[in-house]
Design a protein around this ligand. Structure first.
Ligand SMILES: NC(=O)c1ccc[n+]([C@@H]2O[C@H](COP(=O)([O-])OP(=O)(O)OC[C@H]3O[C@@H](n4cnc5c(N)ncnc54)[C@H](O)[C@@H]3O)[C@@H](O)[C@H]2O)c1
Length: 398
């Protein structure tokens, strides 16, 4: 297969948020070419977006079905000299993720999908069965798993000197939904507060899902039981905009998770602290190139990102520049795209790619459903259901 992977994008039309970030990230390593898209449900927007991106009008499609049909006519997708899309990037609101991913997989097209994977565990289990049959790759852009210092944190937290992990505190707080922005024409707020488009979880699905994946990944352990209190501060909403969860991990650690979008003044406040028997770690998404380690001896070490730093191999593989040259959100996304593309081209098993995949998708949806059920029962202890099907639950967990 050629060294370039041909990608289509679903969503990400003019006025959308994350699609443009995906495009920048996919392009960063020169391995992925955007060749087509169904960028918007508004076809004029789709055509205008395509024109700005240099994509021929006949490759700006009305929907995923038209894209797959049109691209399949171009030629053999697997060949070096082909031109049809081999991968689709899904950056639409949550309710459409599974259907688009399943259609792509059935057409033999690989997927990179934004989170959450879908709007119910049952539909993601169906997608897992489809992927088992098609053998196509599926990546889920839990962005924070693309940051080098998150891999360094996992490395230190899993080391003998750190000792057994005892406690985890993760919080993801934003302020942009502190007022009813959905009533003021904010398109991103409108669908996120509509259960038909966002699914049954509000802030928890939007950002709590990232906190869950980050905690499991750094601790290298699955969350199995939780007690949740979810609420909404804006009365006109039906979905949570704020909440707290206490949880247990299979490795014996306990923890807390806060997800809130009504914390006025907060930007993108994702912070995680992990405590072992002999040390603690702290990582903040808004200062992503520093990882603070506090040892019981009193020593405080600030581990810094950079290709010139003594870091574990996995962290170094995700640094692109010497220290002091800030790397962040786009580069983290780019690391996921680069590793996904490499795995597709090498035919590596998806779970070995270092990219969150269907196992993370299943665990994430099971977490959201358990939290909603627990909260509905006043915070009752609730088991996180191990998915009934699909590949083993481990994914990125060893
Ligand atoms: N990983 C992250 O850090 C991160 C950050 C932001 C958003 N997201 C996720 O990305 C997704 C999109 O979020 P957003 O904020 O960019 O939303 P958005 O509203 O800004 O953009 C959605 C786009 O999808 C288009 N669209 C909707 N349905 C479509 C369909 N069926 N076919 C084609 N296009 C369609 C819309 O026209 C729009 O262009 C959501 O699932 C969200 O949870 C992830």
């Amino acid at each position: 297969m050629s060294s370039h992977l041909r990608m289509g994008m679903i969503g990400g039309g003019n006025g959308a948020f994350i699609g443009a970030v995906h495009r920048m990230a996919a392009a960063l390593d020169g391995q992925i070419d955007l060749v087509c898209g169904a960028f918007s449900r508004d076809h004029d927007n789709c055509l205008a977006t395509g024109q700005q991106l240099g994509i021929a009008p006949e490759r700006c499609y009305r929907d995923i079905a038209a894209l797959l049909a049109g691209e399949s006519k171009r030629d053999d997708r697997g060949s070096d000299t082909g031109s049809g899309a081999q991968l689709v990037s899904i950056v639409t609101p949550n309710h459409s993720h599974v259907d688009i991913a399943a259609q792509a997989a059935r057409a033999g097209v690989h997927v990179m999908c934004d989170k959450p994977a879908g709007i119910s565990l049952a539909e993601v289990e169906g997608l897992a069965r489809t992927l088992e049959q098609t053998g196509t790759h599926y990546g889920l852009t839990h962005t924070y798993l693309g940051y080098p210092m998150v891999w360094q944190a996992r490395h230190i937290a899993g080391s003998k000197p750190f000792g057994a992990i005892r406690k985890v505190h993760v919080q993801y707080v934003q302020g942009w939904l502190a007022n009813a922005a959905e009533k003021d024409g904010n398109k991103q707020a409108a669908w996120r507060t509509d259960p038909a488009l966002a699914g049954p979880a509000g802030a928890l699905g939007d950002i709590g899902s990232h906190a869950h994946s980050l905690a499991e990944f750094i601790c290298n352990s699955r969350m199995h039981t939780l007690r949740a209190h979810l609420r909404r501060h804006i009365n006109s909403r039906t979905l949570d905009d704020d909440g707290e969860i206490l949880f247990d991990l299979e490795n014996g650690a306990t923890g807390s998770l806060i997800s809130s979008q009504i914390c006025a003044g907060e930007e993108n406040g994702l912070t995680i602290r992990i405590y072992g028997e002999n040390a603690g770690l702290e990582w903040k998404q808004m200062e992503p190139n520093s990882l603070i380690e506090r040892r019981a001896s009193g020593e405080v070490i600030v581990h810094r990102a950079g290709t010139d730093k003594p870091l574990c191999d996995a962290a170094l593989a995700r640094c692109r520049l010497p220290s002091g040259h800030p790397e962040g959100f786009i580069e983290a996304f780019a690391n996921l795209y680069r590793d996904h593309a490499r795995a597709i081209q090498a035919g590596t098993a998806p779970a070995r790619s270092g990219v969150p995949g269907i196992a993370e998708a299943l665990r994430g949806m099971a977490f959201l459903e358990a939290a909603i059920a627990s909260s509905a029962q006043g915070g009752a202890p609730t088991a996180i259901k191990p998915p009934a099907c699909g590949p083993d639950l481990k994914g990125l967990l060893s």
